[in-house]
Design a protein around this ligand. Structure first.
Ligand SMILES: [Zn+2]
Ligand SMILES: [Zn+2]
Ligand SMILES: [Zn+2]
Length: 114
């Protein structure tokens, strides 16, 4: 059976209805929201590229670059090359991509496309 995770706190549910019905301490909307990426061995922060082995650990830790102050999971798969969704620059890993400045991104840093 598939598992569903909240993208803000990493809590696991067996169906989307109970996930979206629950309240979430970490979410800007105060509700759990569905993490739409794949279940994988490693999870990365979309804003800084830090790697964690599970979503609860990732979402609990502070992030210097994220708009919420916590890491937010990257919802794409692990790949050999990552592309900035604002300018198309390519990098071989997420920490390098998210650390470099981007003239087109609203945050001033590259952000990965899924
Ligand atoms: Zn949550
Ligand atoms: Zn982060
Ligand atoms: Zn960019």
């Amino acid at each position: 059976m598939a598992n569903f995770y909240c993208k803000w706190c990493g809590q696991k549910y067996t169906n989307v209805q109970s996930l979206t019905a629950g309240s979430c301490y970490n979410s800007p909307s105060k509700k759990h929201e569905l993490y739409e990426g794949p279940e994988q061995r490693n999870y990365y922060c979309e804003y800084c590229g830090n790697k964690y082995s599970n979503l609860p650990n990732l979402t609990a830790a502070s992030c210097i670059r994220s708009p919420t102050g916590k890491h937010i999971p990257y919802e794409g798969e692990e790949k050999s090359q990552y592309t900035c969704k604002y300018c198309g620059n390519k990098y071989s890993n997420l920490p390098n991509l998210t650390a470099a400045s981007c003239s087109r991104s609203p945050t001033g840093k590259h952000l990965p496309a899924k």
